[in-house]
Design a protein around this ligand. Structure first.
Ligand SMILES: [Zn+2]
Length: 283
């Protein structure tokens, strides 16, 4: 008997997942959320609650766009069906701030979002993408389950450490469509879950005038039965739950102590490990 190969599948036995992360709660998010809704996708939006309602413009390469932020009372409606996550109360660089200031930026922002949405908030994106080991341990103490960096991998890897979660690419990446092709490349044998993670700021679509390019990407990625369209926290929760499966010594019994059903590919066969139950592979 050869060595058995257990690989994670996403919910429903899906082999792929797609997720989005957009920062700063600018009003262009309404158009982006509308597009995600149209194509049946879910995003995560990272909010600086201390800056809500502020207005400013931003100029790059001679082009000026607005960077107006939503008012607090608009968030529920604009982001309905999507995840709201922490981006720091005032967008302070947390890696440079002292511990107390960083903890306050995270916790005050978290509390504000929770007050607006009535849901515990456990995700975040690093302001400016900067982080340190000390900051990671601080976030753990602040109850954060994951935090996104700005370091694009151009890969589809599921992170080992969700508190330094590197995305696949920015939406303006010249390789966006090449990556999409690679994402769909068939493989002879399933070799593990593929995660496509796109990040950015929605005002950048105004800046580059590339809303249509983004919509083309969404259209290509939409309606695929093998893709799980999920928010960041759903992916983090699911993958972490899978890491809590208990195996018997002979690996024939798999107990799932979590509240989520977990799908596995075992020697290329799809198995479901139902929540709270023990699956016996020997029967
Ligand atoms: Zn930001």
């Amino acid at each position: 008997m050869g060595l058995r190969r257990d690989l994670l599948l996403f919910p429903g036995g899906r082999k792929k997942a797609l997720t989005f992360s957009y920062d700063d709660a600018v009003t262009q998010d309404a158009r982006l959320a509308g597009l995600l809704n149209r194509y049946g996708m879910k995003g995560t939006f990272n909010i600086n609650t201390g800056l809500l309602g502020t207005e400013k413009t931003y100029t790059r390469d001679g082009k000026t766009v607005t960077q107006n932020r939503f008012k607090p009372e608009q968030l529920r409606e604009v982001y309905a069906g999507h995840e709201l996550a922490v981006h720091g109360l005032t967008h302070l660089d947390l890696a440079l701030a002292g511990n107390a200031a960083a903890a306050y930026e995270v916790m005050a922002d978290r509390k504000n979002i929770e007050d607006l949405t009535g849901t515990p908030v456990r995700g975040m994106a690093y302001p400016f993408g900067t982080w340190s080991e000390a900051l990671v341990s601080l976030l753990r103490s602040c109850g954060m389950d994951y935090s996104r960096t700005t370091k694009s991998t151009r890969a589809f890897t599921v992170p080992e450490e969700f508190l330094t979660w590197n995305p696949t690419c920015h939406h303006a990446d010249e390789q966006l469509f090449t990556l999409a092709e690679r994402f769909f490349e068939p493989e002879q044998k399933y070799s593990g879950p593929r995660l496509f993670y796109v990040w950015g700021h929605s005002y950048e679509f105004d800046l580059r005038g590339d809303w249509e390019r983004m919509e083309k990407f969404l259209e290509q990625m939409s309606g695929r039965p093998e893709i799980w369209y999920a928010s960041n926290i759903e992916i983090s929760d699911y993958v972490k739950a899978s890491r809590h499966l208990h195996y018997s010594a002979d690996a024939q019994l798999i107990h799932n102590p979590t509240a989520l059903d977990i799908w596995l590919s075992i020697d290329q066969q799809i198995h479901i490990c139902p929540s709270g139950q023990t699956t016996n592979l020997g029967r």
